[in-house]
Design a protein around this ligand. Structure first.
Ligand SMILES: Nc1ncnc2c1ncn2[C@@H]1O[C@H](COP(=O)(O)OP(=O)(O)OP(=O)(O)O)[C@@H](O)[C@H]1O
Length: 268
């Protein structure tokens, strides 16, 4: 079972200080965001559409620059890690190459790092095994279900052995059963590999089930309005969804989310 007191003492992995993001068209997507995430946490960013969840995630990964403030990730400015392998990113769409096999899709990040197929084979096979797709290495994306495509996308993110997994609404388009199943797979990867995960979602239920901490954001401008630790330990299984603790946590987080509507500033 994950020990929360140990999490509180774990080293800081991601440090956001007074971060703003304003796009060229004047939209303030993120305002004054300060957040510390420790090694081994599972943090959800929860909030209504347009509150800056994806923007925050992209700034942490270095895909977007900050307009003000600073983000350090594992001791380096965001996006400037020397080996570039600290972070795995999983997008809402699986974004697979349709003309390439599952193996080739997962091999891609290693290929970009200059590895040959032969040198990468073991790691690609390991990553496919992590998501239960060992038997599908030769399949093409069109032969896979939506959930399987997303598992390929997770394997591709894991193949570089990242410390952190950033996931941007990865399961939003999937049916309930597949989503619950993938939630368990992500929790299992997180626990087995000692990952730090940031998981963007619109779903209160998903955020409470997965996270050690739920960061609630509000829109216009995008900002953090609540930071709610989840006291239930791990491992969590589907039985957790039936417990009074789960229901109570969902109620609290839901109330916080509804409260974000009171924070709307019409001047932005
Ligand atoms: N490249 C861009 N140029 C201009 N505005 C942008 C850009 N990307 C995002 N925005 C705006 O910034 C705000 C925050 O967007 P963001 O995608 O981060 O929100 P979100 O919380 O992830 O939303 P959703 O849940 O709908 O994905 C929105 O108002 C959005 O329209």
């Amino acid at each position: 079972m994950t020990n929360f007191s140990r999490l509180e003492e774990a080293p800081v992995l991601i440090d956001m200080k007074d971060v703003d993001k304003q796009f060229g068209n004047g939209t303030v997507a993120v305002k004054d965001m300060s957040l510390t995430i420790r090694d081994g946490e599972f943090v959800s960013f929860l909030g209504p559409s347009g509150c800056g969840k994806s923007t925050a995630l992209k700034m942490i990964s270095g895909l977007l620059s900050v307009s003000r403030g600073a983000i350090t990730v594992n001791g380096h400015m965001a996006g400037q890690s020397p080996d570039g392998n600290d972070i795995g990113f999983v997008f809402q769409e699986a974004t697979l190459m349709p003309w390439a096999t599952v193996f080739e899709n997962v091999f891609l990040p290693l290929k970009l790092h200059g590895l040959t197929r032969r040198d990468a084979r073991e790691r690609v096979e390991e990553a496919l095994a992590m998501v239960g797709l060992s038997n599908f290495a030769k399949s093409y994306p069109r032969e896979l279900s939506g959930g399987m495509k997303m598992r390929v996308s997770i394997a591709r993110a894991m193949v570089t052995k990242p410390k952190m997994l950033l996931m941007d609404e990865p399961f939003a388009a999937l049916d309930e059963m597949t989503r619950a199943n993938l939630n368990d797979q992500v929790l299992s990867l997180w626990e087995r590999h000692g990952l730090t995960v940031i998981f963007v979602t619109h779903s209160v239920f998903e955020s409470v089930y997965l996270s050690s901490r739920v960061v609630v954001m509000a829109a216009r401008p995008g900002r953090v309005v609540h930071d709610i630790p989840q006291v239930t330990g791990y491992p969590r299984t589907s039985d957790y969804r039936l417990t009074p603790e789960y229901v109570e946590s969902c109620r609290r987080v839901s109330a916080a989310l509804e409260g974000t509507m009171d924070h709307v500033d019409i001047n932005h």
